[in-house]
Structures are given as C-alpha cells and as structure tokens.
Design a protein around this ligand. Structure first.
Ligand SMILES: *Cc1c(COP(=O)(O)O)cnc(C)c1O
Length: 354
C-alpha cells in the first residue's frame, strides 16, 4: 500500500523513477545489462521480434506446446510460426528436430522454458549459432530458473518475461519485460515501446504504446524482494510432492516432473502426466481440489493457426502431452495438510479404479 500511495502522490504514472528502478533491479537480479519493461509478456515477444527486424516473409521456429502468445506474437509480426515437436520429458522444444524444420526463410528460434524449467539451450544455441539465427527466450514461466548456473533469460539474444498474476513474479494486472546484453537492441526496444520516441513528438521509428504502468512497477518492486523465498518454497513443495507420491507407490499411474542435470526448475506449474487424466481431474474437482490443464490443445490444432496447414499427428509428443498432463496446486503458501489431501485423493482415485 505504501508503494501504491507513493505512485499516487507522485502522479508519475507513465515511465519515470519507478520504472527505471524496477528495470535496474530486475537487470541486477538476472545479471543482464539491459532490462526494458513493457505492457505484457505477449508485448515483450512482439516488440523483441520487431526490434530484431522479423516480419513478413520470415519464418520463426517455436514449440506447439506453449501458451498461445508465443506463436501468436510471431504471427502478429507477419512472420510464419514453424512448429517443432517437444521432448516428452521436459515438454520443451526438441533441438534434434530443428534441422528438419529449417528453411532459407528461417530467421529465429523461440524456445519456451515451460513450467519453469529451461529448454535444452546448449543444443539450441549451438544450432542457432551455426545457422545464424536469433534466439528469443520465452521466459514467461521461468523467472529465477537456471541453466548451468546462468539465469534463464541470459542465454539467448533476448528474453521475454511476463508479470501476469499467475507467474512466479505476478503484478496486480498485466506487465512484461525484455532483457538483453545488447545495448543497441535495448535502445530500439525503448523506442518501440514508446511510439518510436525519445523526445516528445519526435518519432524516430515506428513504434507502439507498450509501456508498463508505474503502479505495476511499484507493486512488482515490493514483490521482487520476496521472489527468492517464494521460489524456494515452490521448490520445497515440489520435492515434497515427489516424496508423497513415492510413499504411496503411485509412480505406476503418474510420472512426475523433474529437471535434467544442470537445470534449476522454479515450478511455475507442477505438471504430472497421468492415466485417465480427465476422469482424475473431475474426481479431484468434485473433492474441492482445483487443477488445470496446460495445454489441452496443442497450438498446431488451434483454429487460429489452421492457416499454417498442420494436422493431427504432425507433433505426436505435443499431442500426447496435451492429453495426459495435469497441473497440481503449487504455490508458496501451500501447506502440508492441503498438499497431503491432493496426493491422498489421487491415491484414492487410482485405488477405486482397480
Ligand atoms: C504467460 C505467457 C505468455 C504471455 O504473457 P502475458 O503477460 O500474459 O501476455 C507468453 N508465453 C508463455 C509461455 C506464457 O506462459
């Protein structure tokens, strides 16, 4: 409330000190030179692609198993999203499939660090370097995640964060951030998010209005101070889920998320694969346990992307995931009792199936 009052008293609602301070703080946290806040995670993706000059006639490779914004932002610039199937274990883009999706029009790759665990960046970056492609990390779900000690968002050329309320660092509304170690790119991003303008009524390039509200920045600055504690609590809850599932011998029915060696998972979502997913979900819902499906329809099968000409069967791993995954409650305040109830009810469901 003090932070909100501070902004209201200042009457500085657009850009200004809160924004600059928040950008500095996020840059320092991630160990990255430039942080440019913007209106949302979706906007972060759009302005990054545009700042890299990507648009009509270009192709950009990404995963079909992600929130719609990842591919939507690509399409919105006029470029064509080209999907690459996922690794079943991490739900992230499978780098072994990049080569077969490459064409002379390919300009960039957008890997997504889904659920809070990094994609196989070593192979993706190596491929991108060889083929001279930009790498735009979609870090919307992965603030604080690490890959061989480096922070998610510092691996590619540019990275896009979201402060949508359900993310690990959530605003009281929409918000986003682009980070990069390239000052030239950051300069273009700052122009694009503010009508191509450095000085009022002087428009150097075509831009848009994609600024973060100072009120949101002030709220996010307060919450940023707790992020590492909240992340540790999510990780602790995830470890406890592993113990509870193992104790009950449920591994026959569900497979649990785990990060490959060298990757630190921040569990924006705790997503299991399970038998009879839809029946299990209905059973849990009837017992007051909320769950969610991320994502029930892979993007290549969404009507909005039908013009790309994909069909059922094109990305079998993404399609299997969309039929089998279930996100269980995970948040820093989740207590033992509620967590026990989640696993207890799942055990009960499978017991009744026998
Ligand atoms: C949330 C999310 C976005 C979009 O962020 P918004 O702030 O909601 O626009 C993009 N990609 C992924 C993977 C997301 O989870």
């Amino acid at each position: 409330m003090a932070a909100i009052t501070r902004v209201l008293e200042s009457q500085q609602f657009i850009l200004g000190d809160e924004i600059e301070s928040f950008e500095k703080e996020v840059g320092a946290l991630l160990g990255v030179r430039e942080a440019v806040s913007c209106a949302s995670g979706t906007a972060a993706l759009e302005i990054s692609l545009r700042a890299l000059g990507i648009g009509s006639g270009d192709e950009v490779m990404t995963t079909p198993y992600t929130f719609v914004a990842t591919a939507g932002a690509i399409a919105w610039t006029g470029a064509r999203p080209v999907f690459v199937d996922i690794e079943p274990e991490t739900f992230n883009m499978d780098p072994r499939l990049l080569d077969s999706a490459l064409t002379p029009k390919t300009r960039a790759i957008v890997p997504v660090h889904l659920f809070g665990c990094c994609a196989s960046m070593k192979s993706i970056l190596q491929f991108a370097r060889e083929k001279r492609l930009w790498v735009i990390e979609d870090t919307a779900q992965a603030i604080g995640a690490r890959y061989d000690q480096a922070a998610a968002g510092t691996l590619g050329d540019v990275a896009c964060f979201s402060f949508f309320p359900s993310k690990n660092l959530g605003a009281a509304g929409d918000g986003g951030m682009v980070v990069s170690n390239d000052p030239g790119l950051a300069g273009r991003l700052r122009l694009i998010r503010n009508h191509g303008s450095r000085r009022k009524y002087d428009h150097e390039i075509l831009g848009t209005n994609s600024r973060l509200d100072a009120l949101q920045a002030a709220i996010l600055r307060v919450k940023l101070g707790s992020l590492s504690v909240w992340t540790a609590k999510r990780q602790e809850r995830a470890a406890r889920y592993h113990e509870l599932f193992a104790d009950r011998g449920l591994e026959r029915h569900v497979s649990l998320p785990h990060a490959p060696p060298g990757r630190t998972h921040v569990f924006n979502q705790y997503v299991i694969r399970c038998h009879q997913r839809d029946n299990l979900r209905a059973f849990l819902n009837a017992r007051g346990i909320p769950t969610e499906i991320y994502y029930p329809v892979a993007l290549h099968l969404q009507p909005a992307f039908s013009y790309l000409g994909y069909t059922q069967g094109n990305f079998p791993c993404a399609e299997a995931a969309s039929a089998e995954t279930l996100a269980l409650p995970v948040y820093p305040e989740l207590d033992d009792e509620r967590q026990n109830a989640v696993v207890g009810e799942i055990a009960e469901f499978y017991r009744l199936q026998r």
